[in-house]
Write a protein that binds this ligand. Sequence first.
Ligand SMILES: Cc1cc2nc3c(=O)[nH]c(=O)nc-3n(C[C@H](O)[C@H](O)[C@H](O)COP(=O)(O)OP(=O)(O)OC[C@H]3O[C@@H](n4cnc5c(N)ncnc54)[C@H](O)[C@@H]3O)c2cc1C
Length: 283
Amino acid sequence: MKLPFTLAQRFVAAETFNETIPKIIAFNKKNIKITLDLLGENVQDKSMADETVDTYMQLLDDIQNAGLTSSISIKLTMIGLDIDENYCKQNLFRLLDKAKELGSFVRIDMEGSAYTQQTIEIFKEAFTIYGNHVGIVIQAYLHRSGDDISELADVGADIRLCKGAYKEPDLIAIQKMPEIREVFKEYTKILLEKTPFPRIATHDDELINWVLNYTAENNISKDRFEFQMLYGLREETMEQFAKDGYHARVYVPYGTMWFPYFKRRLMERKENIWFVLNTMFKK
Ligand SMILES: Cc1cc2nc3c(=O)[nH]c(=O)nc-3n(C[C@H](O)[C@H](O)[C@H](O)COP(=O)(O)OP(=O)(O)OC[C@H]3O[C@@H](n4cnc5c(N)ncnc54)[C@H](O)[C@@H]3O)c2cc1C
């Protein structure tokens, strides 16, 4: 059954790239950069994965031709990680060749814990070849993330730090929010010290205020890091960051395969359900 897009529009910009363009332009005018995410995950079919890579390559061209300030984010399961790791890597490298040629940037989103090890291994290999054209995401809630952060920070990788959006068991991930916040702060300190430009991805005021205070107290320039938020959430805060001279970037998902992303947004915060109902009943 195909659900109506109206349901998702609070969190998903549009179903096509063309419809997304005016929204990106509006953000860019406010000095807010974009990460575009063509939605989709867990592709099981090679022809579909190949097609996705072609679409991403075209997207990199389209972004440049439209003069947008935007990078892209991808999920490895959309380009064949469930089919075969080597095949997925070749697909990624094909995309990164294009990104390098255009001077653009591709971030590999982090998916559920079944993919963490493979994603990090593939990223490390890509990073040795494509350097600052590729970045990764670390989820603070995973018990393993302390080791991953120190290893990746030591090589100066471009890391987006977030809490983690997938339901994971105790054995794999910290469950309590105060503990997740504590490790998030610890990892932020390491990233600020060791990596050129950490990306702090959260809507959480406690963490945001902590970052603002910590960087001010330690004379860390506003040019050394970036705040990232998701489309549809706290837009005014992002505008204020940009006005105050901080780097601000909004993650803009689009496409027809929006359901899993939409579901994660509903699951992580009960207020998001009200946002959706509100949008649906607005004239
Ligand atoms: C740019 C970006 C990229 C991401 N990429 C990934 C990824 O690759 N892999 C992955 O697993 N996860 C990713 N995530 C999702 C992330 O892991 C979290 O699931 C998600 O951000 C929710 O955690 P939070 O810290 O933002 O706030 P939450 O834990 O949801 O909320 C904590 C507190 O923050 C405040 N707050 C939250 N939202 C709002 C709001 N809209 N308005 C006002 N206050 C609010 C409230 O006080 C709330 O109690 C990404 C998130 C962002 C922002």
